[in-house]
Design a protein around this ligand. Sequence first.
Ligand code: CA
Length: 347
Amino acid sequence: MTGACAREEKAAVAEDKQTFEWRMATTWPPNFPGLGTGASNLASMIEACSGGRLTIKVYGANELVPAFEVFDAVSSGTAEMGHGAAYYWKGKIPCASFFAAVPYGLIASEMNGWFYYGGGLELWKEAYAPFGVIPMPGGNSGTQMGGWFRKEINSVGDLKGLKMRIPGIGGEALARAGGTPVTLPGGEIFTALETGAIDATEWVGPYNDLAFGLYKAAKFYYYPGWHEPGTTLEAIINQKAFDALPADLQQIVLTCCHAVNESMLAEFTARNSEALQTLINDHGVQVKPFPDEVLKRLRQLSEEVIAEGVAKDPLYARVYESVTAFQKRSAAYQKVAEQAYLRAREL
Ligand code: CA
């Protein structure tokens, strides 16, 4: 063996043994079912796949930084990774909502199609690049529920004066219907609803909503989650920290994000159906559909909000164009695929 070869081999061995310790800040209550545990699963997967060369300590909301400071923490390098949802950052990045959920937008399978094979992930990376942050889909809740209401919603007029915890463009649509949208991190929702500080709240779906005990604070559980048809959660990575990893660890991080994106949706699919039965049978929850009139009005108002975003911001307009073209094609296909099959299954 020549001296140069030996030196190269030695360097490769040294790189193999180099270890990295990362922190992951999350927007979820620590180990919250599905969302928080998804973040923990991601950290465990990366640690196992890397043979312990990359370890990640996961922090719940407020343990390292408050929920809504996770993006800034990853951007500044306070945390090398984060786990949350892109629509929380729409004040900073107007188009961010499209990478989590927009009202009447894509369902989970379509979100994944758009991200991985429809140009969505490239646009998302472009939106976060100025902040030194790399985004990856890091889970999906599936179609969410419409939320918990202390009073029935029978008409568009019932939205007037309604104070509701609802994030993103859905919240802006509610404001245009005369309601007052409120943004609260998950950990503060139950108390706000129970004390009447808010009249209604959406959170996720039966599995997570049961865990928060929201049925104790409001008895009407409305569907569907028009505002969050298939919310993608995000795993975000500090660009410099990522660049400092050897190539195999970089690939492990990205592949594990891909894996948790799939496994979280599978978990929600299984657990939501169990939890819905528990809510109905054990807790006497009244599950009700929003009237069509309400759904149509909220759709109109959501489209108005989005049209204003398109007019204001060129990147927002490009993201909108991409996702809308995808949705149009997919809708035509779903009519003869899952939508048609689900109907056939009920005949
Ligand atoms: Ca939600």
